[in-house]
Ligand binder design. Sequence first.
Ligand code: AMP
Ligand code: MG
Length: 408
Amino acid sequence: MSERVLTFGQALEEVLAHAQSSVVARRVETVALLEGAGRVLGAAVVADRDQPPFNRATRDGFALRAGDVGEPLRVVGSLRAGERWLGAALAKGEAIEIMTGAPLPAGADAVVMVEHTMVADGLLQVEAGRTLREGENVVPRGAETRTGNVVLPAGRVLGAAEMGVAASCSVSQVQVFAQPKVAIVATGDELVELDEPMSEVQIRNSNSYALAALVKAAGGVGERLAIARDTLGELRAQVAEGREADLLLLTGGVSMGKYDLVEQVLGEFRAEFYFTGALIQPGKPVVFGRLPSEKGWTYFFGLPGNPVSAQVCFHLFVSPMLRALAGRTEIAPVFVEARLAEEVKGGARMTRFLPAELSGGWDGVKVSVVGWQGSGDVVANARGNGYVVLPAGVEDFPAGLTVRVLLR
Ligand code: AMP
Ligand code: MG
């Protein structure tokens, strides 16, 4: 098998291109609105009426004709939210007391805030020198959306803001995409499951758990398969099972060691490899491709075994693919900019993604690298909340420099 090692940018492009072009729309399920929280909308939500449905007062005050401000106005009634004005249309020289959220009575074209008025003997006087624009403190009917307009497109995650929109459009049942199933296979002779006894030189299989949590956060359902020992037989068995999921993740066994057999086994299954490494650190051995399976093809990632490498590769490459499989339209990883809290030495030949702590306040967003023992250091990794991106070939990153940070 020929090696194909890409730069970070090329590798990401490759994943995004496959995610965008080869991933097909999925089965749609109908669930109660609140049960859809965090799921991906499988159908657009459409406005069931104009919003606002009437000319809405946005302040407590008085409905009037803007041009009447300046003269004393006769207060002819009062209107609360949820009520309709049943009297005659407002005439010149009249005002109606109105509450936030009430419909503007016919004849009125603005609302003056109660704070800017005085009422004495049934006569309203607006503060001297104050003028009012037509339409002031009123949102006209349909200004937010018109009946039948798409207010939430399919492919959007149903977060809190979207939930509010759906409820405002009377949607009690939402259509969401079925969640992709992700098979997770940890490989390694040294690995031991959580409930099994272990010797000093063995290692807990932590990757399967970290990855299952990442899968869940990205909108999939992780299935942890049994650990595969570094033998062709066990690897073949787990790949055969895992390729029937919607996505297959393997960790370990993709480096240059004598027992790193994952790529060989994938090759036996007639895998197509899109890259067999990326110039990133940690994560260089990462492998991406697809395998023939019963339903056609199944994408896979061979992630390095080192826990931080596996997680960084997940955020960079697996998340976008998983979001696409989950039906999301926004799939690319999100980077933010922050100022380095202290100097970091550069000089690496690969793009680095170091565990880092991002903190934000009114004085700006800062990031500081978490001290670590390298890509096996799960403890340091958990002290951070993102990864600072250090481009290749730069000798020094001084304190105060604006850098990119990968959020997690
Ligand atoms: P490998 O990529 O297989 O060479 O593994 C690299 C390092 O990651 C080794 O120190 C492994 O013990 C460790 N490792 C591999 N798989 C796991 C796993 N599932 N959980 C925790 N550590 C792992
Ligand atoms: Mg290994």
